[in-house]
Design a protein around this ligand. Sequence first.
Ligand code: HSE
Length: 311
Amino acid sequence: MVTAFAPATVANLNCGFDVLGLAIETPGDEVSVWWNDVGEVRIVKIEGDDGKLSYLPEENTATGGILTMFEMVGKGSRGIDVAIKKKMPFGSGLGSSAASAVAGVMAVNKLMGSPFTKTELVEFALDGEVIASGSRHADNVAPSMMGGIVLIKSYHPLEIVQLPVPEGLWVTVIHPQIEILTKEARNILPKEIGLKEAIIQTGNIAGFVSALYTGDFELMGKSMTDRFAEPYRAALIPQFDLMRTKAMLHGAISFGISGSGPSVFAFSKGEETALKVATAVKSLLNNLKIETNSYTSAINQSGAKAWHDLG
Ligand code: HSE
């Protein structure tokens, strides 16, 4: 049996809608796979999903990419049995569907003797992501797979650029326990963006990438604003503006929506500040009787991993 772990991710990073994302250490999803002799992909066990996920491989994000790999590689009489451990909440903005999709293809790749590189596996994992979110955005899948901070330079063809991670960069993620589905959070966005907004956003993303190379935290913070999604999505998240104010008062470099929300994230210099930001933002939500989980993490530089597992 092979088991794979794929970490949670923060997508968009404010200025990079659909093109920037990073991986955090935990939480993450696990998928285990082993050969069967029925010649098909079967889901045999799902844990941690409260009964929400489908056992049909073509309807489950963990197996969407496995099915494509299985077709491509040719399998003879062997099939693959799949067991899924969901360790992340759905609709959280932490790339839950992407983590399952990535763990699935990572595990099967190792089972097959590693015929594909991680970059190639991203394409397969997108076949899983699309099942859950209705779109092939790679800003969760790519960082979950590769680790680090990742730029999706192009979708057609898919080109992924690994960006440098400045020393001392920490991320705080707060998950208010309400559910926002990516599919719905994408539907409320405008289909066109005005030139004025596009110019501001282009300047910001260039500033952000430059700041990663130079380790300029001040430029990083100034560049992390969002004209594309936040103006429409912030209203879905309770106390969004107040959370930003609190995070910035406690020393955060930047604050924004993690992926399509409801999770929010902050960048800080150093673990101590990142923890202070977590406490401050959490207490604000807890005062309002909104339950939260928080994750304070350095950037996960290794991404998904797979190992032979004796079960
Ligand atoms: N870029 C995607 C979005 C990420 O914002 O819709 C979803 O996690």
